[in-house]
Every structure is written in structure tokens, then in C-alpha cells.
Design a protein around this ligand. Structure first.
Ligand SMILES: CC(C)(COP(=O)([O-])OP(=O)([O-])OC[C@H]1O[C@@H](n2cnc3c(N)ncnc32)[C@H](O)[C@@H]1OP(=O)([O-])[O-])[C@@H](O)C(=O)NCCC(=O)NCCSC(=O)C[C@@](C)(O)CC(=O)[O-]
Length: 366
């Protein structure tokens, strides 16, 4: 690289550092940190047809933390009549063997949901373990949408009514020392009204941010977004919410989610929501598939200028092989195969490697 190119790269990218060794200058790349919010136990499992036993959900959350995940959406305190799959969240977060420095977030649609969490936290605080064990959760996610039609289907209110109900919930949660994250659904397309006005996304995201959400996650709920649409939407939202406070939440219905992740990162977003094994969908968006698979994100970011942040259990990142195994394990519990592309390929490779080790023959490899 020419010196002038190097200088311009240093000016334009915060990830290159200039080192001096024995009088010679050379550039070291410092990777750009990317946070993953693992939403499989909530966004993933809420859309599964069968009811998953509590034990399996507890195992899933524990396995994810042991793979290095530091942000895990563990469940939701919503009406069991609306989303029966999420019943038992209080028991689940109480039973998980929690690791320090891991945020176990829960989705909360209203005051009643927050009350549900607070009673679990109170029970923990009055238990003998209170001082030695991290609390069951330290974070709520509140959610609304960029169209009234979707807000109506998901929350039985308009956008304006939902925001009015969520503001005091956020305030109370913040007063109790909880972190509050916000979601805007249908930021690209709405299953009921089609193309979404990005100015509306911006407006709703701004309201959530002003309510005290430390981060606002922008959901392509339908999974119809293309990279150019994601770019356009982000440019609009960035006018009112600092980009480092935005997260990308991309469903993979049309196979564009990984490309959308890269687009979001290139536009300055530093947090991506993903779902182990590509679990999930949305109960109010028929035909939409799950979130981008965590395995696919981890695989695609390898060797890039980005580095996924994780705990010591994933050696400072999130362990791709462990996530791949968890994706297969939970998919098996659901009676199907993992739908993560990287997860499937890595598993096939692992099986072939094991066969080769057994019989000494050369097997075609991916
Ligand atoms: C918000 C409500 C409750 C309004 O629903 P409603 O029917 O208007 O509420 P209500 O106040 O009339 O109450 C109806 C019943 O629900 C109970 N109830 C009321 N609130 C709660 C609560 N928190 N927990 C437990 N129970 C609750 C309440 O007590 C009552 O029980 P009943 O008297 O009939 O026995 C309902 O619409 C609801 O639960 N919606 C949740 C929908 C949901 O969870 N959707 C999926 C999550 S969002 C998502 O996936 C998108 C996202 C975030 O991933 C991003 C993206 O991809 O776009």
C-alpha cells in the first residue's frame, strides 16, 4: 500500500492504527467491535408451533451464554392468550444459571408485563442468593411499529397509543435500574399495508430513543428488505437517532439478511440481532421466516474488518462451532433441521471430517 493510500485509510477508518517498530511504520488493523443480540429464545421460539418445555428453554439460554453470547433475549412477559409459547418466562429466567456480564433481556408490552418481571426480581432480591447470583434480568425490550396496522395486530393499539403506554413503562423500568431497549417493527414493509414510509420509522425510533431506550432495534419484520432499502431507511433514521444507538434486526425471508447486516454495519450500526439456527418468524407476519441466523452472521464476518464481541466463554467472541451445535440441538428439539446455511454447511463438514478420521479415506469436503 502506498504511503498516501495508507494515510487516507488511517484518516477514514478508526480501525487502523499506526505502529512504529525499529523505525519503520506499519499499520495494524484493530477490528471494529460488533455486538450480537441473540434473540433465538424469544423471537425464535415465540413463533414455533409446539410448546417447548421450560427445561429446554433454560438449557438453550445457558448454552448460548456458554458459547460467548453476552446479550440474550430470554423471553417475554406478554399475554399468554396472544403468545402462548412465551408463557413461563418468569420461571425460565429464575432458573437459568446466570453468568456475570451477560444481559438476559425480556420483552415487555405494557405495565402488566413489567409488573411480571418486577415480581420475579423481588423474589430474587429476597432470596438467600441475592448477593451472590446475578439477577434474573437487567433489561426490558419495549416494542411498537412503524405502521398503525401492524401495531394494531401486534399490540391491539395504534402507534401513538402504544407510545403513550410505553413511556411510563420505560420510566418505571429506568427508575428501577433496568436497561431499556426499543424495537420498531416493519421498518421496510408491512404485511398489511406494504411499503413503509421511512420518515415514520425515524419518528417512532426518535420517540423510543427519547423515552430512554439505550438502543433502538430496527426490525425488517417481513424480511423483504434489500440492502439499498436498508441503506435508505438508515440514512433517514440517523437524522434523529445517533447511529451507534441503532441495531439491525433482519428476518431472512428473501435471503437478503446477511447482505442487510453488512449494509447496516457499513452505515455505522454496531449491533445486530440474530437467532441461533435461524429460529423464528413473526406471529403477525405470515410467511416471514426467522431472524438472520447467528451462525450465518458469525461466519460471514470472519476475516472482515469487524469482530464480534463475546465473553471469555467464546474467547472474547461468540464461538461459531458451539453456536452451530446449539442450532442443530434446538432444531432437533423442534423436530426439524437447522435452517442456518452456515450451520448446515459446517455440520456437513464436521461429519465428513469425522468420517475421514474414522476410515482414513479422503471424502469430498466443503
Ligand atoms: C399488549 C397486549 C397484552 C394487549 O392485549 P389486549 O387484549 O389489548 O390487552 P388487555 O389489556 O385487554 O388484556 C387482555 C388479557 O391479557 C392479559 N394481559 C395483558 N397484558 C399482559 C401481559 N403483559 N402479560 C400477561 N397477561 C397480560 C390481561 O390481564 C387480560 O387477561 P384476561 O383478563 O383476559 O384474563 C397483547 O397485545 C400482547 O400481549 N401482545 C404481545 C404480542 C407479542 O408478543 N408479539 C410478538 C413480539 S413483537 C415481535 O416479535 C417483533 C420484534 C420485536 O421481534 C421485532 C420485529 O421483528 O419486528
Amino acid at each position: 500500500m502506498l504511503a498516501s493510500q495508507l494515510r487516507s485509510k488511517l484518516r477514514s477508518n478508526s480501525f487502523a492504527l499506526l505502529n512504529v517498530c525499529k523505525g519503520r511504520k506499519y499499520a495494524t488493523e484493530v477490528k471494529i467491535p460488533v455486538n450480537i443480540v441473540e434473540v433465538g429464545p424469544r423471537d425464535g421460539l415465540q413463533n414455533e408451533k409446539g410448546i417447548i418445555p421450560v427445561d429446554v428453554k433454560v438449557d438453550l439460554i445457558e448454552k448460548l451464554a456458554l458459547a460467548g453470547c453476552q446479550n440474550i433475549e430470554a423471553g417475554s412477559f406478554v399475554s399468554p392468550k396472544w403468545i402462548p409459547q412465551m408463557a413461563g418466562t418468569g420461571e425460565i429466567i429464575s432458573r437459568v444459571r446466570r453468568l456475570p456480564d451477560v444481559h438476559y433481556a425480556v420483552l415487555v408490552p405494557n405495565q402488566k408485563g413489567l409488573d411480571g418481571l418486577v415480581s420475579v426480581l423481588n423474589a430474587h432480591n429476597s432470596s438467600p442468593d441475592a448477593d451472590s447470583v446475578p439477577p434474573p434480568s437487567d433489561e426490558i425490550s419495549i416494542f411498537t411499529a412503524a405502521t398503525d396496522a401492524f401495531a394494531q395486530a401486534n399490540l391491539n393499539t395504534t402507534i401513538a397509543e402504544s407510545l403513550a403506554k410505553l413511556a411510563p413503562v420505560a420510566r418505571t423500568a429506568l427508575d428501577k435500574g433496568l436497561r431499556v431497549r426499543g424495537y420498531v417493527s416493519v421498518v421496510i414493509a408491512c404485511p398489511y399495508t406494504g411499503q413503509v414510509d421511512y420518515k415514520k420509522v425515524r419518528e417512532v425510533a426518535k420517540e423510543l430513543f427519547q423515552m430512554g431506550c439505550y438502543e433502538v432495534s430496527l426490525g425488517d419484520t417481513v424480511g423483504r428488505g434489500t440492502p439499498s432499502q436498508i441503506a435508505e431507511m438508515l440514512e433517514e433514521v440517523k437524522k434523529d437517532v445517533p447511529v451507534e444507538r441503532l441495531a439491525g434486526h433482519f428476518h431472512d425471508t428473501f435471503g437478503t439478511a446477511v447482505a442487510n447486516v453488512f449494509t447496516a454495519l457499513e452505515h455505522g450500526v454496531r449491533t445486530i440481532d440474530s437467532s441461533v439456527g435461524g429460529l423464528g418468524g413473526c406471529p403477525y407476519s405470515p410467511g416471514a421466516t426467522g431472524n438472520v441466523a447467528t451462525e450465518d452472521v458469525l461466519y460471514a464476518l470472519q476475516g472482515s474488518k469487524y469482530k464480534v464481541v463475546g465473553s471469555e466463554y467464546g474467547n472474547g467472541t461468540i464461538d461459531l462451532e458451539k453456536i452451530m451445535d446449539i442450532g442443530w440441538w434446538i432444531s432437533d428439539k423442534l423436530g426439524r433441521e437447522s435452517i442456518s446455511r452456515a450451520g448446515r454447511a459446517l455440520r456437513a463438514k464436521k461429519i465428513r471430517d469425522a468420517d475421514m478420521a474414522k476410515d482414513g479415506k479422503v471424502h469430498a469436503k466443503l
